[in-house]
Design a protein around this ligand. Structure first.
Ligand code: SF4
Length: 358
């Protein structure tokens, strides 16, 4: 994962002059996917590559934001590491000229919507999300239009496209969804999309009666199974099961704690258990091991038994090499139609306001 080809060169180039030094050779694009940065970089070691990224960041007044599911080296380089809510809040108040979002596209889009005057970049423009794909705008429009706008309240998970956000009344993340749902008037039909498991979890814990849920799923959290967890609990007495609410309800039923990635991280810092069985993407373990080095963390095995299924294939599209070229070339840039951006901004701003309100 993230181990690109390292090519020794005589001189380590400084930021922004690579094209001249290499005569364009280093900027050959990956032919399999048009417009994707080459994994080849002009550095003899990974340390030199990381130093070059750091120098470019400073030179260009750029800030690197990384999600917890990014590879450890990217997390270590980032100015800020967080979950979707924290990344959105950070991007909203950032004064940097360039924001590089090391996460998936909907996160970079959110950063652009909340800070439209900044240049927002993402190392791999194809870093999508199965939840975004599961919610096409035209079908979503038909789904919400079964109710008059005066009768409905549309809440969408941040893991959705700009078009879906623009049709919503409020956006939520797994960190704030419960708090926000409790503020929605009871007489409204609450339409929640696109994550089915998160929606069902929220309905159960909030007791909300008038609620309909879109049937989208996360391909990573969907794979974690309760049977495996019970076997692990027997093998590790005193362990606790902590899972993300995107997991299926069978897993949630056997969990000791359910929460967003930030909440899971806080939990292992304050709780007393020696071992945690973790039901979320493997990238979070990097921060957990840092926060509680004396504790043991075991990922829930996926139903396939395939270790790679514990990793989000979209999140792992970003690599150090692509991050380097992104800073050099200042692309791929997130560009959003202005009218669409402002329609999507309103529900995001409402989310930020309701999150901090009492
Ligand atoms: S882990 Fe799941 S929800 Fe998160 S980006 Fe990957 S596919 Fe989307």
């Amino acid at each position: 994962m993230g181990e690109g080809t390292l090519h020794p060169v005589e001189e380590v180039p400084s930021g922004g002059v690579v094209e001249e030094n290499r005569g364009g050779e280093a900027l050959v694009m990956d032919g399999r996917r048009e417009g994707v940065h080459s994994e080849e970089v002009p550095f003899a070691s990974r340390e030199a590559l990381m130093e070059a990224i750091d120098a470019l960041r400073r030179k260009k007044n750029a800030v690197i934001l990384a999600h917890f599911y990014q590879e450890p080296a990217i997390q270590d380089l980032a100015d800020f590491v967080g979950d979707s809510l924290a990344l959105a809040q950070y991007a909203h108040r950032s004064q940097a000229e360039i924001i590089v979002l090391c996460g998936v596209v909907f996160m970079a889009e959110t950063a652009k919507i909340l800070n439209p005057t900044r240049k927002v970049l993402i190392p791999d423009r194809y870093a999508g999300c199965s939840l975004v794909e599961a919610c096409p705008p035209a079908a979503f429009r038909r789904w919400i239009d079964r109710y008059d706008p005066s009768e409905r309240f549309v809440m969408v998970y941040i893991n959705s496209s700009v078009e879906i956000k623009a049709m919503s009344d409020i956006v939520c993340t797994s960190s704030n969804a419960l708090k926000l749902i409790q503020k929605v008037p009871e007489d409204k039909m609450l339409l929640f999309a696109p994550d089915e498991h998160l929606g069902r979890f929220l309905q159960r814990v909030s007791g909300r009666r008038r609620m309909e849920i879109w049937k989208g799923r996360c391909i990573v959290h969907e794979e974690f199974q309760a049977d495996e967890v019970l076997a692990l609990k027997r093998r590790y007495p005193g362990s606790k099961v902590i899972v993300h609410p995107e997991c299926n309800e069978h897993l949630i039923e056997v969990a000791d704690f359910v929460g967003s990635t930030s909440a899971l991280l806080r939990f292992v810092q304050t709780d007393e258990a020696p071992v945690y069985i973790v039901g979320t993407e493997e990238g979070i373990l990097h921060q957990m091991k840092r926060a509680a080095p004396h504790k043991e963390f075991i990922l829930v095995p996926p139903i396939t038994g395939c270790v790679a299924c514990q990793q989000c294939p979209y999140m792992k599209m970003n690599t150090l090499e692509k991050l380097y070229w992104t800073l050099v070339r200042e692309e791929p840039e997130i560009v959003i139609d202005e009218e669409l951006l402002w329609r999507a901004r309103r529900p995001l701003e409402r989310m930020l306001a309701w999150t901090t309100a009492q």
